[in-house]
Write a protein that binds this ligand. Structure first.
Ligand SMILES: NC(=O)C1=CN([C@@H]2O[C@H](COP(=O)(O)OP(=O)(O)OC[C@H]3O[C@@H](n4cnc5c(N)ncnc54)[C@H](OP(=O)(O)O)[C@@H]3O)[C@@H](O)[C@H]2O)C=CC1
Ligand SMILES: O=C([O-])C1=[NH+]CCC1
Length: 294
């Protein structure tokens, strides 16, 4: 019997089936726990390969993963390029190939306690998705944003549907007194400094995905309890981790499994680099919903 031809699920279909990013939270929690469980977790995820395209200040990332428990096999191909102000091309472009793990046939392509003050540094694609999930999951009294280009922060504040967002003129103003700080920029040198941070704050550090890029300065890294998505990846790819020599306390999956604590009273950093297994469960979620005709 020949394999069914692969289907192409573009961004509109993905958005229809994944109309709220938080729908993925249960599968992502399970995937992180499986990833941090060694062979027993059934996740095979080699370090991603990142190909520099030096001539054009860009990178191609190849991110394969298999989850035996989800029976899902994917590879994401993602390019990330320095964003040119006059360009209509997004800085990140990605495609996920979903294979049938039983025979390797290609099935589909997919495109793409008490916290009161949320602060977002950056106003790009990731800023929007983090705002959506954080304001849906938690009740903040105040949401602030700072961005390198202020007009883009103003546009963000005007266009999001949810709690009002206050645009700040400096990163320091945005960060001062914040309980949760999300850094989602393409910065290559620090934009967040330890002296601004309220003790006990939590920082979700999402950008700086190259070994020589930084979003957080040494003081932030050294004075916080550090969580990562993957120890191996953090020690190979994260400039904030490698250059600060900060000690990694736990993988997030270990917290999900309950083998390491979430130290809420301490100042904490979650350094996220993004993992292929997250794309695997997301791709399976969308494909299963699409094929069930939901
Ligand atoms: N951990 C993970 O799982 C993932 C991480 N990422 C990373 O998250 C970050 C944000 O991605 P995304 O939102 O898609 O990117 P976008 O290109 O959509 O947005 C980039 C943002 O960074 C700002 N920025 C760019 N250069 C600088 C700089 N030198 N200093 C300060 N701010 C700067 C831009 O500001 P301006 O408006 O002025 O241009 C803009 O707000 C990237 O580093 C990306 O690689 C992405 C996907 C997954
Ligand atoms: O997980 C991901 O796709 C990426 N992380 C950093 C750049 C792209």
């Amino acid at each position: 019997m020949s394999a069914a031809p692969p289907v192409f699920l573009g961004s509109e279909v993905v958005e229809k089936h994944l109309h709220r990013a938080s729908l993925l939270i249960p599968s992502l929690e399970a995937a992180l726990a499986n990833f941090s469980s060694g062979a027993e977790g059934g996740v095979v995820q080699p370090m991603r390969t990142v190909v520099p395209v030096q001539k054009y200040s860009g990178f191609l990332g190849v991110m394969p993963a298999y989850s035996a428990k989800d029976d899902a096999l994917t590879t994401k191909l993602v390019t990330f390029y320095e964003h040119k102000k006059d360009s209509s091309v997004p800085s990140h472009q990605a495609i996920v190939l979903l294979f049938d793990p039983r025979n390797g046939s290609l099935k589909a392509f997919l495109m793409p306690a008490d916290s009161e003050v949320l602060c977002i540094l950056g106003a790009g694609v990731q800023a929007y998705s983090h705002y959506e999930v954080f304001t849906e999951q938690f009740s903040f009294k105040e949401v602030r944003i700072w961005n390198r280009t202020k007009e883009n922060a103003v546009k963000f504040a005007r266009s999001v549907k949810g709690p009002p967002v206050q645009v700040c003129s400096s990163a320091q103003d945005a960060v001062t007194g914040a309980d949760v700080i999300i850094t989602v920029t393409m910065a290559t040198t620090p934009i967040l400094f330890g002296e601004w941070i309220k003790p006990g704050a939590h920082i979700n550090a999402v950008g700086a995905s190259r070994p020589d890029w930084r979003e957080l300065n040494d003081e932030v890294m050294k004075n916080s309890v550090l969580y990562v998505d993957s120890r191996e990846a953090a020690l190979n790819e994260s400039g904030d981790v490698i250059l600060s020599r900060a000690e990694i306390f736990a993988e997030l999956g270990e917290v999900v499994k309950g083998t390491k604590p979430a130290l809420r009273e301490k100042t904490t950093v979650f350094k996220s680099l993004g993992m292929a297994i997250e794309d695997t469960v997301a791709a399976k979620f969308v494909y299963d919903s699409w094929s069930a005709g939901n």
